[in-house]
Design a protein around this ligand. Structure first.
Ligand code: NAP
Length: 292
């Protein structure tokens, strides 16, 4: 297996942290992208640097705040200067704004999308000229099963992940002629720091008008994560497998979820992909689909 040069955003904790450690231990040259390396993520950056030194890994920290285009461009410049090429980008940075949709202001909703959707767009915009010029590379987005199966109190998050899924589908087709792939991992709920980092609506009056439903939602998530937490390495393993898969053979969508959700989401994904092919063919642009 050849060594890949990989950029992973949001590598301070959760899936991102597991992914950078797994990739580096498998011999890849990994750029662990963190925001605020000299502030909130000083400890995470030091831990990653220590791991790299202790185990002799090609793992280096790079500053990248996905809400800032210049930050994304600068991170790519550092990576290319050091490694000379880029094989995979993992758009993992993200977070959840849970609560009844009405309780969020438009500004709060924009922040949710700025992180989960425009963040990936910024990093892709910084990376794609290099990937297209190279004629190879893969964009891997970390999505969610909630983009297909939306339950109450996760509306903003689900909408942002649905948008990320749509962007990935468009990239998947549009980038194929350049030899570049775009894929998404739709993950179910796994114990990471996502709950601790969740941002609740500031409008407590509207929030409380929705009664006990949100409390039940949080209690159910907490109970599930206590009784049957699931193993977040299932997600990082799926990302690693996509990085290492042969070019041109990566599936558009990979679902990582307990069995009950897995089959339903896979079926929905398959039907949506088939329908997109039918619509594109009817419009006379079927030849512009990946693998047409
Ligand atoms: N855990 C789940 O159940 C689940 C399920 C489906 C999908 N996902 C998705 O998986 C991805 C990773 O989440 P996680 O579950 O691993 O949660 P997490 O442990 O909270 O990790 C989120 C990461 O995103 C980073 N981040 C936040 N804002 C950022 C910014 N502006 N710029 C750069 N990085 C930023 C965080 O860094 P800081 O430490 O600096 O905040 C952290 O490293 C997210 O996209 C999430 O939506 C999670």
């Amino acid at each position: 297996m050849s060594e890949k040069v990989v950029l992973v955003t949001g590598a301070s904790s959760g899936f991102g942290r597991l992914t950078v450690e797994a990739l580096a231990r498998r011999g890849h040259h990994v750029f662990a992208a963190l925001r605020d390396v000299n502030g909130r993520n000083t400890k995470a950056a030091a831990e990653l640097a220590a791991l790299a030194a202790d185990e002799g890994l090609s793992l280096q920290v790079v500053e990248l705040d996905v809400t800032d285009q210049i930050s994304a461009e600068e991170a790519l410049a550092v990576l290319l200067k050091t490694a000379g090429r880029l094989d995979a980008v993992v758009n993992n940075a993200g977070g959840i704004f849970p609560g009844p949709v009405e309780a969020f202001t438009a500004e709060e909703a924009q922040r949710q999308f700025d992180l989960n959707v425009f963040g990936a767009l910024r990093v892709a915009r910084a990376a794609l000229p290099t990937l297209r010029e190279q004629g190879h590379g893969v964009l891997i987005q970390v999505g969610s099963v909630s983009s297909r199966v939306t339950i109450p109190y996760s509306g903003l998050y689900a909408a942002s992940k649905a948008a990320l899924g749509s962007l990935t589908e468009a990239w998947h087709h549009e980038l194929a002629p350049f030899g570049v792939e775009a894929v998404i991992v739709d993950a179910a709920s796994y114990p990471t720091s996502i709950g601790t980092n969740a941002v609740l609506p500031a409008d407590s009056a509207r929030f409380s008008a929705y009664g006990e439903g949100f409390g039940r939602y949080v209690a159910a998530l907490t109970e599930r994560q206590t009784q049957d937490p699931g193993d977040p390495t299932a997600v990082s393993d799926a990302i690693v497998a996509l990085v290492e898969a042969p070019d041109g053979r990566r599936p558009l969508r990979t679902v990582v979820a307990p069995l009950a959700q897995l089959e339903a989401v896979r079926t929905l994904n398959q039907r949506a992909t088939e329908t997109a092919r039918t619509v594109a063919a009817e419009m006379g642009i079927g030849a512009f689909l990946a693998g047409h």
